[in-house]
Design a protein around this ligand. Sequence first.
Ligand SMILES: [Zn+2]
Length: 451
Amino acid sequence: MLLDLLGLADFRTLATDEQKHHFHFQVTPIAPPLQCVHCGHHKLYRHETKLQLFLDLPIRGKRVGITVERRRYRCCACRHTFFEPLSCMDERHFMTHRMVSYIQQEALRRTFVSIADEVGVVESTIRVLFNEFATSIQPRFPDDKLLYLGIDELYLLHQYRCVITDVQNHHIIDLLRDRLKPSVLTYLCSLPDTTKERITVVCTDMWASYHDATREALPHATLVVDKFHVLKLFSGCLETVRKQTRKSLTDKQRRTLMHDRFLLLRRAHDLDEQETLIVEAWLNNFPRLQAAYHLKEAFYGIYEAPTQEIALQRYFAWLASITLDMYEAFLPLTLAIGHYGDAIFSYFTYRYTAGYTESLNGLMKLTQRMGRGYSFEAIRAKVLLTDGLRKTSRPGYREQQSHDASPETADMAVRTALAMARPNGRGTPLPTAFTAPATVNEGNSKSSGSP
Ligand SMILES: [Zn+2]
């Protein structure tokens, strides 16, 4: 009796052959079909038998091919012919369903070339399988009654991509191909109504496309400009003042200012005694720096306001304190606040921030680590399936065994270990039969009568 290495309950193994790089199994389906696949009629005539080659998961690091002796039937009622159905096989790709899902999972973390070499198909097959998988992945919105969405961007594979996040639970919901209004609008509009209704707040930056798309697709949602983005713009204005001040300095002073600029950007109450002295020296000698420094402290004070009303009062007081010579340097900020004021001050009602920038930073680092060769689809799939590329690893085999005592799970572990076995040779040539899975041609088939 042959050892059941395949573990496919639908088949009886007729022959096994082990070669240097592959295993080959010849099998026959155990149970004939009970009814016509077209009309459901029960009376069927047996027709010809054909040999069809399917690929399966590697065993002991060798590629696996399964030749199925597959019968055709003709229905007595509708006269149609059909091959007996094979529930464990993917008939489009001529491989087992378990191999399809193995390839798709592996493609999330390995190169297509290495998987192709392991399982014995061409690289393009891996690509096709992965693309089918990647495009079928749907975003996961949390079940919360109210949704707090973040819309931000990320520079990824040579262009800006829009990132949709859940700012309340700090996770990434989706990644869009670009950050342009048509893409964002289409995305938001295509969300199910039940999801749209739950979106209460949209936390974003000052990119007009996001605001326009949100207003059109989610008119009921409150737009909030994230504090982080406003403070970033503010720092840019301070930098302008510092650069203007540099012009009146000696070379030595310039180098020192370059060194001390971080102290000037830090909050006054965070400086130690020594640092305070350094800052004071700069401020006393350069009135422009002093004016900018006081504007900085007052601006940060706005974000410490307990309510939106107090924040607005502080902002208008701050605006009035800008002197004429500072006016131009702070123009980008004052214009932005004029334009996005409602959303900027909504922050004081819905204080959503930090969480999603945190996960974005993590995402950026991890996509950099993923390196070259990954498509946008691959990164999106990976991000969505691993919740922002959170690292997942399987427990060691011995570790796993001590946890699972049941025979069923132990059997699973053995099969997984077999399935995960790596090929033993590098650059081994692909056996030709394994590179183009297809129906075995007429000449080799055990044909009995024409269809
Ligand atoms: Zn029929």
